[in-house]
Ligand binder design. Structure first.
Ligand SMILES: [Zn+2]
Length: 351
């Protein structure tokens, strides 16, 4: 058979059967297989094309155009069906139910407050009941408010690089040194400098020191309280502490003051509360002593009043400060302070 005739017959027999085959292909792979039947290495159209070389020059243009048109028609039909398959798949995705109603439900995990926040809230609640106002101060402080005006001597070890995080702050007053506050007592200076007595203030918050072991963290929390008025005495301080102790650990809780030293009070004392767990008979938490060391306190030093523009001849006051972590560890029986800040949900979920 003449090559021209052979190609023409092949193209004639080709017909439009592939349209039905394409339409029947229900997946992209099936469609591609159908196309390979025509245009693949051994496809029908490919076989016909192999004869092109033998077609006489006179017929070549006509046959070539017909072959190209046939090929273009196959490609167009293929593209159309492929687009239709993609559209069908997308429509199925969009209309399919996105969830399985037969699966069991998953309850959302419910958050709760951190043990430190719980203890701070309890402490503030007690002091609010006693008439104290809650005030917060900044974590980044001037050296003046943290040390100088609290009558720390310039060479006091607490001011040392070893104990204090000194920081540079843009916008700090010229020549002023700034630090992460080492105690909440800086709030005393701030509030006494801008208020007129009488005042009864309690101030909670984070404080920072260069310490890191099982009982010390570089960041921990204190609650500071102070009361300033005419004629305030050590007896008033004892009264407030006794009321606080009974509210914290229950009726009958006893307080004990031991002389101690803090630069910003005179006289100063450490305060012990009778152990709530053993009622004073001695246990693991109080290390057999029957007493828990809970806070430091004293009468505000006259020099501190002078630094804050208050006349110490007319005015007296007391101040106290307590470590929140210590109290939380006692209350919840936590052996290592670092657990409080590692954010392990297995620990935190227990409160
Ligand atoms: Zn005890």
């Amino acid at each position: 058979m003449e090559p021209t005739q052979a190609i023409e017959e092949a193209l004639d027999s080709f017909g439009r059967q592939y349209l039905a085959a394409f339409a029947a292909a229900s997946t992209e792979q099936a469609l591609r297989d159908e196309r390979a039947q025509l245009l693949g290495k051994k496809g029908a159209l490919t076989e016909a094309l192999k004869l092109m070389g033998k077609v006489p020059a006179a017929d070549r243009k006509r046959i070539g155009e017909r072959v190209n048109a046939e090929k273009a028609a196959v490609d167009a039909a293929f593209d159309e069906r492929l687009r239709a398959l993609h559209a069908e798949a997308r429509a199925r995705e969009l209309t399919a139910r996105p969830y399985d109603l037969s699966l069991p439900g998953r309850a959302p995990a419910r958050g709760h407050r951190h043990p430190i926040s719980l203890v701070i809230d309890d402490l503030l609640g007690i002091f609010r009941d006693l008439g104290f106002v809650v005030v917060e101060g900044p974590l980044v402080e001037l050296e003046e408010n943290n040390f100088t005006k609290l009558a720390f001597p310039p060479d006091h070890p607490a001011t040392d690089m070893q104990d204090t995080f000194w920081v540079d702050v843009a916008g700090a007053p010229p020549g002023a040194r700034t630090l992460l506050r080492t105690h909440t007592s800086s709030v005393q200076v701030r509030e006494m400098s801008r208020r007129t007595p009488p005042m009864a203030i309690v101030s909670p918050g984070a404080v920072f020191r260069r310490d890191d072991d099982a009982t010390h963290s570089p960041m921990f929390h204190q609650v500071e309280g102070f009361l300033v008025d005419r004629g305030v005495s050590m007896a008033d301080l004892r009264g407030v502490l006794a009321a606080f102790a009974e509210r914290l650990f229950g009726p009958g809780t006893k307080t004990r003051l031991r002389p101690s030293y803090f630069p910003f009070v005179e006289p100063g004392a450490e305060v012990d509360l009778s152990c709530a767990l053993c009622a004073g008979s001695g246990c693991r938490v109080c290390k057999g002593t029957g007493w828990l060391e809970v806070l430091g306190c004293g009468m505000i030093h006259p020099e501190v009043f002078t630094h804050c523009g208050i006349d110490p001849e007319e005015t007296t006051g007391f101040a106290f400060g307590l470590g929140v972590e210590r109290l939380a560890m006692m209350r919840y029986g936590v052996p290592d302070l670092r657990l409080m800040f590692e954010n392990d949900p297995r620990f935190l979920a227990q409160f």
